[in-house]
Ligand binder design. Structure first.
Ligand code: NOJ
Length: 749
């Protein structure tokens, strides 16, 4: 009783404190707004890129510093480091009202210490680790003068041709929402105002991942159902986690560019979801509405953007050039401008920048935090967890340390920058070779003096000739086992890196064939920013590890897995197609009226004549060095009321000889509903660790929320009826099944 009272009092004191603080902030904003000229207000809505790197087409050639001094720029991106940010902040402090600048940066998968690309991290299915990676990224970025990351990207992506799949959590809405939540929490830590918290930015709002044909920046044509059911939930999760900012997107949605889309920004995000942060445009996306054919000129684009809820203008110079005139001509009410300014100032206050604009510019902290050994240790930890074992014939892996001769072959063996992958922060002084552990070095670090590590490059990533194959084959012949490492270069997946052909680039698969012909056991490592197509390799290699782009500690982490110091536990967050012709392919599709049950029965069925109906590797797939047995599925009841819940339990036993982790996945299917439901949908999962021989009981709870969906009127409801419950090791490898019934009349909340 006493403790409850104490907790209650503490919560009350804290809420009262927050309430008073917020009131104070709003009052300070009122005072500032009264003093600001229209130019100064527009300044707060204006953001430009500095010269440390260009993450888009630079259009502004003027002098930023002069504009900052005049109070005409409120935020910069691509200005980083304590010294450089301080220099800029000092200029802002010379402006009339001394409103501090906000420094934003694409801190996508780490800052100086880099982690696996977000898609790879998603393969870990380890929410705690994902949150921690974002936390460390924030610690480093904030120590380097940064206030704000343009992350997480929470776009659902079902098309691996789209280069930006590397930046998100993959194809699934449930997994994507859980990860969105974790990443926002990680970046924002204990809340804005803390020295190591940076603002998160959920992007790209909205539906950017559904660009037609997987071509970047392309149009999006999408039903309301699909939007609400598949693409919006991760954004809602970001709001629930307290994301301070949102970024809109380059695409149009059903003909209306997202940047000028009132429905998306004003009605849904700021209205229905009550988001109190601010929205920044994507780079130049206000101006690009002219190119879309939605705005006749920059002035109209400005009006459309601000009236639909876009608060800050990144790099378009639209607000700076046109907004004052629009206000003067009463085409944009002043209170709309004030509201946008208020949202931005609020965050500057919350960050504590008005108390100390140089708060994040402390070189001593920068020296201590960047590349801190603890951060690197964790980078290795999460990199190991992100690796997916796709194949392991005759227990080729793990490789014993007693092997006499190991050959490392392939263009990825000695690379460093490519391990980082796309969207690593451009730190000008960074020497990749010194700073990033190559795969060759990682393997070497693991071997004693009795093992020879041989090497041949074989070919370049994009090679057009087989010149180096002979040397590779000779090297392979001298070895007991070959580690063949292939993949994409750092700039072959990412923004504007869509590819129509997603096979291994160049002649790398030919190299694998040549080496495999030696008869030596071949372990293939595939380093990439997206699911690739590598059918021959999948069918013929002895073992395959999908190693994505793993960051600073790639080499060590990969070697940890190769030699069995870590038992791989990753599961694919995206379906891997057999060929580009299957795209889009995802596990949670509808059944159709003529489903093909298997490849032999496709006459008058929904199938391709020339391709299997199954993907090469399904969503949720990933092997381990050990094996897991699922048993004893129990439901505490087979019928539940709308307000009720079902407790599900099952046992998982590690039946192999290694300690290992398993992601136990729970899928549901609503068998008959007022709108067609997917064949299965992920609704829960648990990642567990088991010693060899150990059994654990896993529990899940099924409640109405897990059974709900958007009906024809787009109401979120659960309907009475039968549900299939499927629990397994992947979306296709269902080990235990049951059915249960939801009873009651239709229920709308
Ligand atoms: C364009 C990208 O779409 C966006 O994600 C990124 O944050 C900005 N450029 C800034 O670099």
């Amino acid at each position: 009783m006493k403790t409850t009272f104490k907790i209650f009092t503490l919560i009350l004191v804290f809420t009262t404190f927050l309430f008073a603080q917020n009131k104070q902030i709003e009052k300070k904003i009122d005072d500032l707004l009264k003093q600001m000229t229209i130019e100064e207000k527009i300044g707060q809505l204006t953001q430009y890129s500095g010269d440390r790197s260009a993450t888009g087409p630079v259009t502004f050639k003027g002098d930023h510093k002069e504009l900052i001094k005049a109070g005409k720029i409120g935020s910069m991106l691509n200005v980083l480091g304590t010294n450089y940010t301080r220099q800029y902040q000092e200029i802002a402090m010379q402006s009339r009202l001394k409103i501090p600048l906000l420094f934003g940066q694409d801190v996508i998968h780490g800052y100086k210490t880099t982690f696996p690309i977000p898609l790879a991290e998603a393969a870990s299915w380890d929410l705690e680790a994902i949150e921690k990676a974002a936390r460390i990224a924030a610690i480093e970025a904030s120590a380097s003068g940064i206030h704000w990351t343009f992350a997480p990207m929470v776009d659902i992506a079902r098309d691996p041709r789209w280069g930006r799949v590397m930046e998100g959590a993959g194809e699934d809405t449930y997994l994507g929402s859980r990860i969105a939540y974790a990443r926002v929490k990680g970046f924002q830590g204990n809340g804005l105002g803390n020295i190591d918290a940076i603002m998160a930015c959920a992007k790209h709002f909205a539906a950017y991942g559904a660009a037609v044909g997987g071509r970047d920046y392309n149009s999006v044509d999408m039903s309301e159902r699909q939007l609400w059911e598949t693409y919006l939930p991760p954004f809602k999760a970001a709001v629930d986690a307290g994301a301070a900012t949102f970024m809109n997107s380059f695409n149009d949605i059903n003909g209306i560019p997202a940047t000028g889309n009132k429905y998306i920004q004003h009605d849904i995000l700021k209205g229905k979801w009550k988001f109190d942060g601010f929205i920044v445009s994507d780079w130049g996306s206000i101006r690009e509405m002219i190119e879309h054919g939605y705005s006749k000129d920059l002035s109209e684009a400005t009006k459309q953007a601000i009236l639909s809820g876009n608060d800050m203008d990144m790099e378009s110079s639209a607000y700076r050039n046109s907004l004052a005139e629009l206000v003067k001509n009463k085409q944009v009410p002043m209170n709309i401008v004030d509201e946008a300014v208020r949202r931005i100032l609020r965050k500057k206050f919350e960050l504590g920048l008005f108390d100390d604009p140089y708060k994040f510019s402390n070189p001593e902290r920068e020296r201590k935090e960047l590349n801190n050994p603890e951060h690197r240790e964790f980078a290795r930890e999460i990199a190991k967890k992100s690796i997916v074992l796709l194949k392991n014939e005759k227990q080729t892996l793990p490789i014993s340390r007693n092997v006499k001769n190991i050959a490392m072959i392939g263009p990825m063996a000695k690379v460093t920058k490519d391990n980082h992958g796309f969207w690593s922060v451009t730190i000008p002084e960074l020497n990749y070779d010194k700073f990033v552990v190559s795969q060759f070095d990682g393997v070497k670090n693991h071997l004693g003096k009795d093992t020879n590590l041989l090497y041949a490059k074989g070919c370049d990533i994009d090679c057009k000739s087989n010149e180096g194959f002979a040397e590779a084959v000779e090297t392979a012949k001298k070895a007991d086992v070959v580690i063949l490492t292939v993949g994409e270069a750092w700039n072959q997946s990412g923004e504007a890196k869509s590819r129509s052909n997603i096979h291994l680039p160049g002649m790398q698969e030919e190299l694998i064939k040549a080496v495999k012909a030696t008869g030596k056991p071949v372990v293939v490592l595939i380093n990439a920013g997206r699911p690739l197509v590598f059918d021959w390799t999948a069918d013929n290699a002895d073992a395959i590890l999908y190693t994505w782009w793993l960051g600073t500690e790639a080499g060590n982490a990969i070697a940890d897995v190769i030699f069995g110091d870590y038992n791989p536990s990753g599961k694919l967050p995206m379906t891997f197609p057999r060929s580009e012709g299957q795209i889009p392919i995802y596990y949670n599709h509808f059944n159709t009226g003529r489903p093909a049950k298997d490849d032999k029965n496709i006459t008058y069925r929904s199938a391709y004549l020339d391709l299997s109906i199954t993907p090469k590797f399904e969503f949720g797939y990933g092997l381990s060095y050990t094996t897991f047995q699922y048993s004893d599925l129990k439901l505490d009841k087979k019928k539940m009321e709308m307000t009720d819940k079902i407790e599900v339990s099952l046992n998982v036993t590690n039946t192999g000889k290694y300690e290992g982790e398993e992601v136990v996945q729970l899928y549901l299917r609503d068998k008959v509903a007022s709108v067609v439901r997917p064949v299965k949908e992920l609704k829960d999962f648990q990642k567990i660790k088991l010693n060899a021989g150990e059994t654990k009981t896993i529990k899940f709870t099924i409640n109405k929320e897990k059974l709900s969906f958007y009906n024809a009127q787009l109401n979120w409801i659960a309907e009475a009826g039968e549900f299939d419950l499927m629990i397994g090791s992947s979306s296709a490898d269902v080990r235990l099944k049951d059915t249960f019934e939801l009873v009651n009349l239709n229920y709308i909340h």
